[in-house]
Design a protein. Structure first.
Lengths: 339, 339
């Protein structure tokens, strides 16, 4: 059973979307799992009542798997991410994360400020031994299977060693949570050959060959939508957080361009939008922040109730798969092998 | 009038596609312009005759605007790009480029090895004063106007100063060749705020503010398909060649994924492919290598006759617009201002 703390106050459409998403998630999850809505109790409770009296009345039977945890402070867009833990220790972000080291919760989900969630997760959950930084893993739909891309924005100017750590984190996630056997890892670069790339990727390529991971070599931009090279399907693609973040946002912007373009050619834009729905981020349930001791799932700021539901489900999968313990074990084995 | 040297031997479908592309281009260009087909004379001539006796018989009247220039050596995929000029001085790449400093041609177009074309262009055409490296400019279709993105692969690990030079090159191209008045320049990063990004982009942001260019600030991945931010349309987007190349190849791979996805939802893939044709690189006629003293247009390795035609037309536009002289002038003014 998993207890998922959900930041009820985080996201552009909170708390309406977060509270509704919690109810939708509970309806689909095994009854053993529960949700802790973290936020201003009166506000959260009012939204919960309104939903259960109204459009989500059919979900009333899940009410007893929801608890509300008071967090009086609210993070503003103007708050500096790095100052949230100290500056607003009673915000939903800080309170929700602290439940894990206190043994009261198994995972945290937020659609609030990504920077604040990352900083607070590092301080409150702490990092596994040997890591300098966590990585944000995101999911790219492809013509083959969904590809895990990391880092997607937690780190810029990464060292080769950090890229290898991302590979290890991503491979563990793919294996434990996505049930991929012996996941194939690719290094994002600008040519297949090991000598293609920038300084960090060229060195990372050599390190990955000796990493014990199932490293298939460099992959290029085109291999992401294709789900791999001609020779190899890929499960995990490693890059620095600058490249990963640019790509992620580019990808989010491509579908609207496709809809626009096809509309000008006479297609019905609603039909196209519906046809592309599987490419939508909200299907993929939030991006896990990997490397922290615990579970912290970053949902999109514009999360709908459906996106929140999928993020909560991703958190449950992370907990029940034992991902966090596996990451800890594999990092320590890798450190021993390197020593 | 412009004399365009075309590497008849370069590209996956050469010389058939290159010779056919030359004829298609001449049919659309002003009669003052001519094409020099550079390659093994016997091979090129045989293809030209066959096309004029067959499917392109209607183009026979353009034959007198084509000359064939002998280049006996052929570049192989296994040749090291940097060794082409010295190792194969009589290849179509080296011979075709040398026509410019010899005063015999105004531009060079090739669908051959990008690396070889870049290296040979730097050696044979040389760089404008003050530049360390050229940049490859590519064209991204967007929901607004086409966006020029550079660098798209000539340089990795760029310094902030190089990023500013790319901005200047791209802005001159947008103004002279694409006729954009006071082109808006954006710096690709991972957030709008000047302090977001990696070390090079953060410093480049400050330098761009003082560059005299119409700098609109950072743009994000999503602003490329959107053609700008909510506030500003963008004409030129600057990034290092690693990021630019990953994005370019990613973009090339996205349309097939969209076709795949929509086909699974019941759409006719041929209809979708036809509807997305304006997003195809072959519409955009090759990528200019900016910063060299002359015109060198890099066409896609898989160029069709249509793509070659558009690359030749892009070369003519570059010549007739006086782009090269403008770039030289603006770089020297910028250098004086900085001194």
């Amino acid at each position: 059973m998993a207890r998922i703390a959900l930041d009820a106050m985080g996201g552009d459409f909170a708390p309406q979307a977060t509270v509704a998403g919690a109810l939708l998630a509970l309806a689909e999850l095994d009854p053993a799992h529960s949700i802790q809505l973290v936020g201003q109790t009166a506000v959260v409770d009012a939204h919960l009542r309104a939903l259960l009296d109204g459009e989500l009345a059919a979900h009333a039977r899940h009410r007893d798997r929801i608890s509300i945890i008071e967090a009086p402070e609210v993070i503003e867009m103007t708050d500096r991410p790095s100052a949230v833990v100290r500056g607003k220790p009673n915000s939903s972000m800080a309170v929700g994360l602290r439940l894990q080291p206190d043994g009261l919760s198994d995972a945290f989900v937020s659609a609030g400020s990504t920077g604040a969630q990352m900083a607070a997760s590092m301080v409150i959950l702490r990092l596994h031994a040997g890591l300098k930084r966590p990585a944000i893993a995101t999911f790219f739909p492809s013509s083959r299977r969904t590809v895990v891309v990391l880092d997607s924005g937690a780190n810029v100017d990464c060292s080769p060693e950090e890229l290898v750590q991302f590979a290890r984190l991503g491979a563990t996630y793919a294996e434990c949570v996505m049930r991929r056997a012996n996941p194939a890892v690719g290094l994002l670069s600008i040519g297949e050959e090991p000598e293609k790339g920038n300084a960090a990727t060229k060195e990372a390529h050599q390190l990955l060959r000796q990493s014990g991971l199932n490293f298939i070599g460099n992959v290029e931009g085109r291999d992401l939508p294709a789900g791999g090279t001609e020779q190899h399907a890929v499960d995990v693609v490693v890059c620095d957080g600058f490249v990963g973040n640019v790509l992620l946002k580019f990808y989010e912007g491509v579908a609207p361009l496709m809809v626009d373009t096809l509309q000008k050619e006479g297609f019905n834009p609603d039909d196209i939008r519906a046809g592309l729905k599987h490419l939508d981020y909200s299907e993929h349930g939030g991006a896990p922040l990997l490397g922290v001791k615990g579970v912290s799932i970053i949902a999109h700021g514009k999360s709908s109730p459906r996106a929140i539901k999928n993020a909560v489900k991703a958190a449950v999968q992370a907990v029940t798969s034992g991902m966090n313990e596996q990451i800890g074990q594999r990092l320590s084995v890798a450190a021993e092998n390197a020593a």
